[in-house]
Design a protein around this ligand. Structure first.
Ligand SMILES: [Zn+2]
Length: 176
């Protein structure tokens, strides 16, 4: 991995190499968590990897905060090297990989599971591949990691900072 990512928008998925700390060359941080996100864009609009990069740069980042981006056609883009800590989930970036899919809002702009069959398939393939590469202990949605404001130990729906990723990762067959 390496070379010149900051001057390009993104790369297609491809990770190789010999054994390192996690069994993945060049990745020395301990990765145990996959956090699933959506872009919170309407299903009837296209939100390209370049749009995503522009959006995150406007928020002061040098590159996309997620590590992978899954378009509606199922194509998986690598948007940040795995060895780099992501910028996608406050308090959980150091140990996690961020995966986002394009969509999350229906035609009326309301939160919905808008994943296409191709996105579901790619999400499963990506998660299963990452599980073979890293000692992943948990796959969850961004909203599940929102702060437990009332301190009762449970992050309840009313406490979700937002709906991201607009489906329940814990019970989703494509995220196992
Ligand atoms: Zn999110």
């Amino acid at each position: 991995m390496g070379s010149n990512l900051e001057s390009s928008d993104s790369r297609s998925f491809g990770v190789g190499g010999s054994a390192g700390h996690n069994g993945v060359r060049g990745v020395t941080r301990a990765i145990t968590l996959i956090v699933v996100h959506c872009t919170a864009t309407r299903v009837d609009a296209d939100f390209t990897q370049k749009d995503l990069l522009r959006c995150h740069k406007a928020r002061g980042m040098r590159m996309v905060g997620y590590h992978f981006y899954i378009r509606k056609d199922g194509f998986i883009w690598t948007t940040r090297p795995l060895e780099m800590v992501g910028a996608h989930c406050l308090g959980y970036n150091a140990e996690s990989i961020g995966v986002a899919y394009e969509g999350g809002l229906d035609g009326q702009g309301l939160p919905a599971d808008t994943r296409t069959p191709q996105q579901k398939h790619s999400l499963r393939a990506l998660i299963r591949t990452l599980k073979t590469m890293f000692p992943i202990q948990r796959v969850c949605g961004h909203r599940e990691l929102s702060p437990d404001k009332n301190g009762n130990g449970v992050v309840e729906p009313a406490e979700w900072l937002k709906q991201c990723p607009c489906f329940d990762v814990a019970t989703d067959e494509w995220c196992r």
